[in-house]
Design a protein around this ligand. Structure first.
Ligand code: ZN
Length: 484
């Protein structure tokens, strides 16, 4: 198949399969999903791309030992970072530059060619930080372990043990603890709480956790594990099986007379915390974007996370407004999907550890950024299905590459994404491709066109908030305002 495409793209040495497919699609102006259907068996893919299965495996994490990437369909923490797309701010600044296969591992959060830290692909203001030579050595030694793990069981065990230890210390890491044994940039400790079954989105979290654990000898690592267990106390936010064994030197926490189930207790703690934030900062359901974001994700998290973050936005609205899952989905205007996790929230019985961590981190992020009334933004933008003629004249939008999608719709889609911090699922055009609108705004529009659109959007929001100030009586308890 690949020979029939007009533009030919050679794969570069060490490149990941995902990157190569993206570049082929890009060079031929085709969406990847048109080029190849998703979830194609590797044998079919190999035939279509005219490559051997072994060669394709070497371009994905399937080429790594199971102590690094786990086994298929097994829920256990691994070193995979394939839920986040990491790029090098120096050598992958254009879409035609290849991304390397080892960048899909949290063991390798750096670019060795440029000696700098990787960044998230959707991070709008890329950092560009030099890597200290001792970090480079540490990463090289870790990557050597991934190779020798195939023949040396001790090396495989070490990778697993270090991974479990990182999950333990990520729960209570702060600016000073645990000590970093190689020089790494400072991080926001709350970003580390997302490191559990999956690795965290920010490459700097990965390098911080590695700097605290990887250089340690076995006895030092055991001491760190002991400290970690003492710090997290009775109720870790993650399943015990994801953590290193609690050493017998750390006494078990005192038993309560009426012990709560861990899941129930976790939900109670989260509800208490949200209640405090509601009382102190006035946090409400209207401040929840339909796609939750954390850390430095702007305007959206990586596309692999969208469905998960929308699901969790529904959960947050349920907890803040005390409504059921159907009402919360309607409020955010996202499709309702029956799910055991939402049912147990409705029944006030439990919450999954990863959901609790995400909700807590996302809520703190919303407050740190200054609360925004996303519901009012959604309402104001929903009313605008077309751009006014004077704005269109000012914008002079280019012809669309795909004649079936109007560039006006793409521009409105980009404005929706940027101002509501949500995918198009919650927009008036739920079937349009969020990625296409995002790419259009970021790569096709120039800075001036983006500014015209944003000014227009902000004008709409000002008008809408003037109307709302006139119409809404000032009460402290606001009921759920329906989206439309
Ligand atoms: Zn680079």
């Amino acid at each position: 198949m690949i020979d029939y495409l007009p533009a030919h793209v050679d794969r570069s040495p060490g490149e990941s399969l995902e990157s190569w497919l993206d570049r082929i699609a890009d060079a031929n102006s085709l969406p990847v999903r048109l080029l190849l259907p998703p979830n194609l068996p590797i044998q079919h893919l190999a035939r279509l791309l005219d490559r051997s299965v072994a060669e394709l495996n070497a371009m994905t994490w399937a080429g790594y030992h199971r102590s690094v990437v786990g086994r298929a369909r097994q829920r256990t923490p691994t070193w995979r970072a394939d839920r986040h797309q990491w790029i090098c701010p120096r050598c992958t600044s254009t879409t035609s530059a290849p991304r390397r296969v080892e960048w899909q591992l949290a063991l390798h959060p750096i670019c060795r060619c440029c000696s700098c830290y990787l960044v998230q692909a959707d991070y709008s203001h890329p950092r560009d930080i030099d890597v200290h030579p001792s970090v480079l050595d540490m990463v090289t030694q870790l990557m050597d372990l991934t190779t020798t793990a195939w023949t040396n069981r001790n090396h495989a065990d070490r990778l697993r043990r270090v991974r479990r230890t990182t999950t333990l210390i990520a729960q209570s890491l702060d600016e000073g603890w645990p000590p970093r044994h190689v020089p790494v940039p400072a991080i926001d400790p709350s970003a580390a709480r997302l490191w559990a079954e999956h690795t965290a989105p920010d490459p700097l979290v990965a390098v911080t956790l590695l700097a605290a654990t990887a250089p340690l000898a076995p006895t030092q690592l055991a001491r760190l594990i002991e400290d970690g267990w003492v710090r997290i106390g009775a109720n870790p936010d993650v399943p015990i099986s994801w953590l290193p064994k609690r050493p017998f030197t750390v006494p078990p926490p005192p038993r309560l007379r009426h012990p709560l189930e861990p899941d129930k207790k976790r939900l109670k703690n989260l509800r208490d915390e949200l209640r405090r934030l509601q009382a102190r900062f006035g946090l409400g359901a209207q401040h929840v974007p339909a796609t939750l974001f954390v850390g430095t994700e702007y305007p959206l998290p990586h596309h692999h996370e969208w469905v998960y973050r929308e699901f969790n936005a529904v959960a947050l609205v349920m907890l803040l407004a005390r409504v059921d899952a159907i009402q919360a989905s309607q409020y955010l205007h996202v499709p309702y999907a029956a799910d055991p996790a939402l049912t147990s929230l409705e029944g006030n019985s439990s919450i999954r550890p990863d959901h609790a961590t995400l909700l807590r981190t996302a809520t703190r992020k919303l407050i740190r950024e200054g609360l925004t009334d996303y519901q009012r933004r959604r309402q104001a933008l929903t009313a605008q299905r077309r751009l006014p003629t004077p704005i269109l004249a000012q914008l002079r939008l280019p012809q669309a590459a795909d004649p079936t999608i109007s560039t006006e719709r793409l521009a409105l889609g980009w404005l929706w994404i940027t101002l509501t911090r949500s995918t198009l699922t919650s927009s008036p055009w739920p079937l349009n491709s969020t990625q296409a609108a995002l790419d259009f705004g970021q790569h096709v529009l120039d800075g001036e066109q983006r500014l015209i659109l944003l000014e227009y959007g902000n004008e709409l929001l000002t008008l809408a908030s003037d109307d709302a100030d006139r119409d809404t009586p000032k009460t402290t308890q606001q009921p759920l305002r329906q989206a439309r």
